[in-house]
Design a protein around this ligand. Sequence first.
Ligand SMILES: Cc1cc2nc3c(=O)[nH]c(=O)nc-3n(C[C@H](O)[C@H](O)[C@H](O)COP(=O)(O)O)c2cc1C
Length: 342
Amino acid sequence: MTLNKLDELSPHPVMLAPMVGLTHYAVRGSLAEFLPEGAKVLWATEMLNSRRIPSQKQHENPEIYFYDAANGLCPQLLANEEEFIRMSVPRLEAWGAAAIDINMGCPVKKALKHNYGVALMGDPDYAAQVVRMTASRAKVPISVKLRASGIPKEGETHDFDYLLNFIHGLVEAGASWITLHPRSAEQKRKGSADWSLIARLKKELKIPIIGNGDVEVASDIDAMAEESGCDRVMVGRALMAKPWLLRHTPGSLEPIPNAFEQHELYGQFLKGVAKRMKEVYPLDAGMRRMRFLIVYSRPYVEFGEYLYGRVMASNTYEELEAALEKFFATKQKILDRTSMRV
Ligand SMILES: Cc1cc2nc3c(=O)[nH]c(=O)nc-3n(C[C@H](O)[C@H](O)[C@H](O)COP(=O)(O)O)c2cc1C
């Protein structure tokens, strides 16, 4: 049996989701310490704007520090114009991309205005064309991350058949795998992800499908894998507080860390992030990212507001490290689930 490209590049069952302001060099590096020995996984970057890449200088832009490229980076491209794709793809490859993902799921106004992100889901032919343009320029595999539905124009219905047809077009154009975050564009991150759509796609398509959305605990990884049959489980927000989820293999009987142990692991993760920030980020850029990371993890953290306050009050990396040491010296708990997620 020949391996598909995802199996070759990323055999580990759980992956980090692309997240603006969160999936940067320091977070990827610190999370990597939680992988089982020898595990191989593709690491997402946050979405990178193809209009900016051609004029960006790597060392001046924290989001494109690809110092960890040797571990297998999958930068995510926000793109729709041939000229920018043509210029961006070779740069990403030269910086070390092992695969390139195209964003067809971002629902923010700015992306819609420029007709990329989830806007592409409204134009199946053009979306396929974007994949074709990217794949024809790339030596590495191309994937697409998308939602259950885009923003239907008058008279259109973005139902499952629409999604399936849309993906058929992408595959024909050269997409090697798909990540589905099964929420509509309108939902943004509200409501819940409908994993049954991942299962339906899995039944209809031969390419690998990565499932994403609303994993909060280890048993969610088991459930998503079992209910949907997805090839990989992608986790975003919860990994920011529960880095150890990355090593949870679906169905594994390995013991789950208790709430206190999870808190310690969270501390280990944040300290690892702070250490790596110091290596590469100017103070402003690093502290901004650290605060943002706490905003996304604090809903799971007992006394998360207090931690946030201590980090906000830190003006140097040394103060940040001291604040983390102090906070994590006390035994506290990580919560299983939260309704306070952002
Ligand atoms: C702060 C933030 C930034 C995000 N940025 C991106 C992005 O750049 N590209 C993308 O495809 N999805 C982005 N997402 C969506 C996530 O990749 C993921 O689909 C979503 O959070 C659902 O997964 P989760 O429930 O595991 O967090 C972002 C999510 C968050 C919270």
